[in-house]
Design a protein around this ligand. Structure first.
Ligand SMILES: Nc1nc2c(ncn2[C@@H]2O[C@H](COP(=O)(O)OP(=O)(O)OP(=O)(O)O)[C@@H](O)[C@H]2O)c(=O)[nH]1
Ligand SMILES: [Mg+2]
Length: 367
């Protein structure tokens, strides 16, 4: 499956159907009266978060999504049928942004989440609606209300618990392939990984998702290499595993380069918990390892672990170092969700609540 993490699409909800002007005409029934039905409501544009997708590639091939219009009303007081909804099936972690890519309109983080982004237009009234005691034969009916339309950006930010970062060739994909069942492309040249990949690792009974992204190089924030575009995919991780290739001349400098790019990217990445590991230690002489560890430890002022994805050394240590922050983040999320639920039943302040909805860009409501 091809990977695509952003797409621009045009969305339109359905127009309402027009109301009908009609009078009852039947043998032996004089002055049958108005019986024009109302038009049907237009279909809505619905976002649905589904399992089993991890790319937006479908939205490269279809970029226009229009819900059906409502059907016109007809005689005999028959209302028109409502238009069908247009449903966009999106992977978990998709954000919907407005045309200028500044405001997040919706953020789909749970499978099964459904959001009505735009409602369809109401149907127009038929003439039966306007009958009164003084106007018993109205000829008035309304056209349907138009639907809404807009261009939006879909942006996928994969949801992983831990993210792998490092220079190209640091051994990120090899690490992913040895601790999970993912099979990313691995080769001895920079930029083997061209798009992010996910794998599920297990520690004891706990499972967590690790994301592997393309390597960063100096100047990534200015677009060098593959740029820092894919860093968005580790933005939601609880912890980062920073792999530093132990076989290169200056591991401390390698560490600094990647940190610099993280800081330039922003998005809270540089404040995230980070586990630093010297990788490929099977390829350096054993007596050199403590020297290298000291070198990097001095640079970062924290403990550094060592691992080799090929020999398997240190992999368990790395996974157990990751699981702590992952569990902590899960607990925090659970607590926040529980708190949200209680807050929801007892809104503290109504004005605050309405301000909050205003900020999201409005126009949508969870189903
Ligand atoms: N000896 C040894 N070689 C390793 C180890 N891990 C990775 N390599 C080798 O290093 C090279 C690069 O590995 P990758 O896993 O593709 O590196 P990457 O960080 O994903 O690289 P990019 O995708 O280009 O950013 C490959 O030739 C691997 O076989 C290790 O633990 N020991
Ligand atoms: Mg790779």
């Amino acid at each position: 499956m091809k990977f695509l993490d952003q797409a621009k699409v045009f969305l339109k909800s359905g127009d309402g159907g027009p109301g009908c002007v009609s009078f009852r005409r039947e043998a032996f029934i004089e002055y049958g009266g108005p019986d024009g039905g109302d038009g049907g409501r237009g279909g809505a544009v619905v976002l649905e978060c589904v399992d089993g997708l991890n790319t937006l590639i479908d939205y490269r091939y279809q970029q226009h999504f229009k819900a059906d219009s409502g059907r016109p009303g007809s005689g005999g007081n028959r209302s028109g049928a409502s238009g069908g909804d247009s449903v966009l099936r999106l992977p978990v972690g998709t954000q919907v942004l407005d045309d200028d890519r500044e405001h997040v309109i919706a953020d789909l983080t749970k499978v099964g989440e459904r959001i009505v982004l735009m409602k369809g237009g109401d149907g127009g009234f038929g003439n039966a609606h306007y009958k009164t005691s003084t106007n018993q034969a109205p000829r008035k009916s309304l056209p349907g209300w138009p639907g809404e339309e807009m261009w939006v950006w879909l942006r996928l930010k994969l949801i992983a618990d831990a993210g792998l970062i490092g220079l190209p060739n640091a051994g990120k994909s090899t690490f992913l392939s040895s601790v999970t069942r993912a099979r990313p492309k691995i080769a001895d040249y920079p930029f083997t990984t061209l798009h992010p990949g996910l794998g599920v690792a297990t520690v004891g009974k706990e499972e967590f998702v690790i994301a592997d992204i393309p390597g960063l190089i100096e100047g990534a924030s200015e677009g060098a290499g593959l740029g820092h575009r894919f860093l968005g995919h580790v933005e939601r991780c609880a912890v980062l595993l920073h792999l530093v290739d132990a076989t290169q001349n200056d591991p401390a400098a390698a560490y600094r380069t990647v940190r610099q790019e993280l800081e330039e990217y922003g998005g809270g990445l540089s404040d995230k918990q980070e586990i630093v590991a010297l990788s490929k230690i099977d390829s350096v002489p054993e007596e050199d390892i403590p020297v290298l560890v000291d070198m990097v430890q001095e640079e970062i002022g924290r403990e550094v672990i060592t691992l080799s994805a090929i020999s398997g050394a240190g992999l368990d240590t790395a996974l157990s170092a990751l699981i702590g922050p992952v569990q902590e983040a899960r607990r925090a999320r659970k607590d926040a969700a529980a708190k949200d639920d209680t807050d929801f039943s007892e809104p503290e302040d109504e004005t605050e609540a309405s301000e909050e909805t205003g900020k999201t860009g409005a126009g949508w409501s969870p189903v």
